[in-house]
Design a protein around this ligand. Structure first.
Ligand code: HQG
Length: 182
């Protein structure tokens, strides 16, 4: 696989494991896991063939470590980013850093400062520990703006934070009073 092919196949894998497993007739369990054998056979059946070696390469070299294999290597899931409401990753609440960042596009800022950050189509609001990552996330939507989240105060006020296996910080919502433009 060349880089372009790997990115294309990885994106399709994200679609399947986070949003629409039914596209290839796959089912995920309640924690988001799919059988690797079933994934590969359903991909082949839907004219998107992938070998086990290619899947291993995608999982291992993915720039954001988006996917994990189970310990026995028989199952696979996306580490975060799901829109499927029935999936419960089973992450334990964790103490967040004092501040976290959220990158968004300038055109959303007015609404965010009024309504707070909402999970939109996903299960969680996604936050990062550093502004570089937040900038990249914001750039996906347009002119990037970084918002600082007072995670310490949120936690003191009873909000829960989770950290995915690939170190994305997740929370259900961020009310506007905890946000500041960087
Ligand atoms: C915005 C990528 C108006 C929010 C990234 C964002 C991340 C509001 C957009 C992960 C709003 C949702 C998630 C409000 C939130 N009014 N706009 N009240 N509240 N928004 O894609 O955080 O590459 O669902 O700011 O790296 O951009 O897929 O969320 O701009 O970790 O692995 O609504 O996706 O990871 O967009 O990105 P998204 P996101 P992957």
């Amino acid at each position: 696989m060349n880089e372009k092919e790997k990115i294309r196949k990885g994106k399709f894998l994200s679609l399947i494991l986070r949003h629409q497993p039914e596209t290839i007739g796959l089912s995920l369990d309640e924690a988001g896991w799919a059988s690797v054998d079933e994934l590969l056979s359903q991909l082949a059946a839907h004219k998107k063939p992938l070998t086990r070696a290619e899947l291993d390469e995608i999982v291992l070299t993915n720039d954001k470590q988006r996917y994990s294999f189970s310990v026995d290597g028989k199952q696979i899931r996306a580490n975060q980013g799901h829109s499927l409401k029935t999936i419960e990753l089973g992450l334990e609440p964790m103490q967040p850093p004092e501040v976290l960042y959220h990158g968004t596009a300038s055109r959303f800022v007015h609404s965010i400062l009024k309504q707070g950050l909402k999970a939109q189509s996903r299960q969680h609001v996604h936050l990062s520990k550093d502004t570089e990552t937040a900038t990249k996330v914001g750039m996906r939507h347009g002119m990037p703006i970084i918002l600082l989240v007072d995670a310490q105060q949120m936690q003191a006020d009873g909000y829960l934070f989770y950290c995915s296996a690939n170190h994305v910080w997740l929370t259900e919502k961020v009310p506007a009073k905890y946000l500041k433009i960087v």
